[in-house]
Design a protein around this ligand. Structure first.
Ligand code: GDP
Length: 422
């Protein structure tokens, strides 16, 4: 049986036939008179039943194929969207800037204005210099071809940091250009959280007349409290937010102001992020929830640092350097000697070296690949480079002279050098 509606969480077309494909609703639910969320979104909201099968690309089952197919379709659709006049709210995750930057975006957006939202600012160390960060970000965007940015906003959706002025800026541009808004970004940058936050307190600021207009009612019938309650009931329900990649499938239309719409679009998948190799439990460990505790190590030749069992950095050649690790506090970081690295992994993966959560899961990561870098230090006061492991975090290198290092990470995971963020 096919239902006419769409899931109010992810936007997938609802159906009651196949629990293994997107948009499934159990038939017994049909007797209940409410708007539906598909079973998948239901599980994601009620975290107890989140299954590993939600992991994109992990297995070749039909769910994953469907998701990948709809994401491909979405990329094509995005090109159509951008061919008309609209405002692109483009979100990146500051903690995984390189992993969350959609490289094709600058070529898709055309002449439409782009508001860049840099989310999860709460995860960076407190002493970070926002002015320097701004310059760093502009350089990074320009190097990737994103040169026409209308405005950059540093926000934290979960901590409600700078959300008010961001919202005001978007509204101003919507009114000025009389255009709809598309929220675009890679999976997991926080798009759904951002939109929920934007919409959450709108009712408080509405006048009685605005509420009457919105609800299509005549004056004098209801009190302001009743109108606000009616508005909240009618308002689009909360979108599904989740720490699992790829949970919003079709663009979801949301009323924004009286005559405009905002669209939450499916997260664009970046296959080089390490999260795509991990189980739901491991993803929770790798994605930081709190401000990261930064740890520094002084390494000399023959030493290495393990990032759980997911990757390691080996010091090959050079005078001792400082390596400052910016990763989730739940990724266990340990120094050791390079010669004993494999032995240490065999005994401690799943325990002292987590994630992965077990030796079996470690083996499932597949082959590991080594990548070597040579860098020139710029002194003890300033890092010369960040070594980024896509989706996991980065290591800032500080020291004098020439340094040769090797990073060992699962095959397919992006490992690269960049200008230092801090
Ligand atoms: P989407 O896939 O882009 O829609 O991302 P979601 O909104 O589902 O968020 C992905 C994960 O990032 C969730 O676990 C959120 O709680 C988390 N998240 C979103 N915004 C922030 C933020 O500002 N700070 C932090 N620390 N986490 C955030």
């Amino acid at each position: 049986q096919e239902l006419s509606g769409k899931c109010v969480g992810c936007g997938a077309k609802l159906q009651t036939d196949n629990p293994n494909t997107i948009g499934y609703v159990p038939p017994f639910k049909l007797t209940e008179n409410h708007r539906f969320v598909c079973q998948r979104c239901y599980y994601m909201v009620h975290r107890t039943l989140v299954e590993d099968q939600l992991k994109i690309g992990a297995t070749e089952d039909s769910t994953n194929k469907d998701i990948l197919h709809s994401l491909k379709l979405f990329e094509q659709r995005l090109e159509n969207i951008c061919s008309k006049r609209c405002i692109i709210v483009y979100m990146v995750d500051i903690f995984d800037f390189d992993g969350s930057f959609v490289s094709r975006l600058p070529f898709i957006t055309g002449n439409n204005p782009v508001i860049l939202i840099v989310n999860k600012i709460d995860l960076l160390p407190k002493d970070i210099n926002i002015g320097r960060l701004y310059v760093w970000l502009k350089n990074q965007c320009e190097a990737r071809g994103l040169t026409k940015i209308h405005r950059i906003h540093f926000v934290s959706c979960t901590k409600d940091y700078r959300m008010g002025e961001t919202k005001a800026d978007i509204i101003r541009l919507v009114q000025y250009l009389n255009a709809d808004v598309y929220v675009v970004g890679c999976t997991n940058v926080g798009k759904s959280t951002f939109i929920n936050r934007l919409l959450s307190n709108t009712v408080e600021k509405k006048t009685g007349q605005e509420l009457l207009n919105y609800l299509g009612l005549k004056q004098g019938q209801f009190s302001l409290t009743e109108l606000k309650r009616a508005f909240k009931d009618k308002k689009d329900p909360q979108l599904t937010t989740s720490c699992f990649p790829g949970t919003t499938l079709n663009p979801i239309r949301i009323h924004f102001g009286r005559s405009h719409s905002m669209y939450d679009t499916p997260g664009i998948i970046q296959p080089h992020q390490i999260t795509h190799l991990l189980t739901s439990e491991e993803i929770k460990m790798v994605l930081p929830k709190k401000r990261v505790r930064v740890v520094s190590f002084r390494l000399m030749e023959g030493k290495c640092i393990h990032f759980g069992g997911l990757a390691r950095l080996e010091m090959l050649q050079g005078k001792p350097f400082f390596f400052t690790v910016f990763m989730s506090n739940e990724v266990k970081v340990h120094p050791s000697t390079t010669a004993k690295a494999e032995e240490l992994l065999e005994t401690h993966v799943g325990g002292l070296l987590q994630p992965p959560i077990s030796w079996r899961k470690y083996k499932e990561l597949g082959n590991f690949k080594a990548k070597e870098f040579e860098v020139d230090g710029v002194g003890w006061l300033q890092s010369s480079h960040d070594i980024v492991i896509s989706g996991l975090g980065w290591v800032a290198v500080t020291g004098c002279g020439r340094l040769k290092v090797r990073v060992v990470a699962p095959k397919g995971v992006g490992v690269f050098l960049r200008e230092p963020i801090a």
